[in-house]
Ligand binder design. Structure first.
Ligand SMILES: Cc1cc2nc3c(=O)[nH]c(=O)nc-3n(C[C@H](O)[C@H](O)[C@H](O)COP(=O)(O)O)c2cc1C
Length: 341
């Protein structure tokens, strides 16, 4: 609307009607923009049959991460990952076709490294992995056999290395934080968690509106039920504490701010992870990528108000003396950076 038209509009239309029209326009924008967003998502997300390189890397990373999680289990289950083994060889074959330099591909190397550790640990324990081997081509198996073990698989985390975390410079604290999915049995100090939440309050947010809300769950029964709905840490014992980060939609003022709560809540989540780490507590972020049913069930279980949307969970507990976790090797900054001059 031009300035002139806007002035005429304000002069002629009574305030309540003008406001109703404005609200209607916002609502229409919200639905239209959400549909456009859905179309873009639908055009681009990775599907089983995708052959485009990044989409393939996504799926291979997803599957290799399952292997890394299995390798990290305190209660190691030989022969785990049958579904992953059924899917991974064909995807690796597609990657070989999509990337002429696939041997140097970060995701390929991580996958080979995780499979290498799988192979070594089974062979060392005298377990038969001829079925797994039969699924790969001879060339793929050779890659697995000769993979560099430091490019993926599992790593060991020791509690003793966390004692001076509060004194570490940022770069070291950040480098040594890892998601830990197994915790010691001892109760967690709630005051430390509250201190970490206070530290995370320094997280920036849009116009300093601070839309993030924190639900600290300490009831073991509710934790079990919440994680059963979440579904991303099956097979692990429950943590002593579970945090749900949400965003309060009442903090937003236009239709096009609809995703901002996830940005602000995500930033808060990272601050909280590092704050917990600096206070010597172990943690693991968990997704809240809920279906409509999981969202409904979670809302009911945790008594979440309609105005809040889940952003992520964070499991919290004390470190075990020694535990394993996924190596989760990263791309380099250069690999993800486009410089615009
Ligand atoms: C938003 C988010 C959701 C995640 N969801 C899960 C999950 O559902 N289950 C899980 O085991 N790990 C989950 N993770 C942990 C990731 O696997 C982990 O952060 C990643 O592999 C990088 O490893 P690091 O945290 O040890 O550096 C999640 C991480 C983030 C940031």
């Amino acid at each position: 609307m031009s300035e002139k038209l806007r002035a005429v509009f304000h002069a002629c239309v009574p305030r309540p009607i003008a406001s109703a029209i404005r609200n209607l326009r916002q609502t229409l924008h919200l639905y239209k923009d959400s549909v456009l967003q859905a179309h873009r998502y639908n055009r681009n997300y990775s599907r089983v049959a995708s052959t485009e390189l990044t989409q393939l890397e996504t799926r291979i990373m997803f599957l290799s991460h399952q292997i890394e999680k299995g390798l990290s289990h305190g209660d190691f289950r030989y022969g785990f990952g049958r579904k992953v083994f059924l899917a991974l060889p064909a995807m690796l074959k597609s990657l070989e076709l999509a990337d002429s330099n696939y041997e140097e591909n970060t995701v390929f190397q991580e996958s080979m490294s995780a499979l290498h550790e799988y192979m070594e640990r089974h062979i060392r324990a005298g377990k038969d992995i001829s079925w797994q081997k039969s699924l790969f081509t001879k060339e793929q198996w050779n890659h697995i056999k000769s993979a560099n073990p430091s490019r993926g698989g599992s790593i060991v985390i020791r509690r003793s290395t966390k004692a001076n975390n509060s004194l570490l410079p940022y770069a070291q604290l950040n480098e040594h934080r890892h998601s830990v999915r197994e915790f010691s049995d001892e109760p967690v100090d709630i005051n430390l968690i509250k201190q970490a939440i206070d530290m995370a309050m320094r997280t920036p947010s849009v116009c300093n509106r601070q839309p993030t809300r924190v639900h600290l769950i300490l009831n073991p029964e509710i934790i079990t039920k919440a994680l059963a709905i979440q579904g991303g840490v099956g097979g692990y014992a429950e943590p002593p504490a579970l945090i749900l980060i949400t965003s309060d939609l009442r903090s937003f003022i236009t239709s096009y701010e609809r995703n901002e709560g996830f940005t602000d809540g995500g930033l808060f989540g990272m601050s909280l992870l590092l704050s917990l780490e600096s206070l010597g507590l172990a943690s693991c972020p968990l997704n809240t990528m809920f279906t409509a049913k999981a969202d409904k069930d979670t809302r009911k279980l945790l008594n979440l108000p309609d105005n809040e949307v889940p952003v992520m969970y964070i499991e919290v507990g004390n470190f075990l003396e020694e535990t394993r976790t996924c190596a989760s090797v990263r791309y380099t900054g250069n690999q993800i950076t486009t410089v615009i001059k």
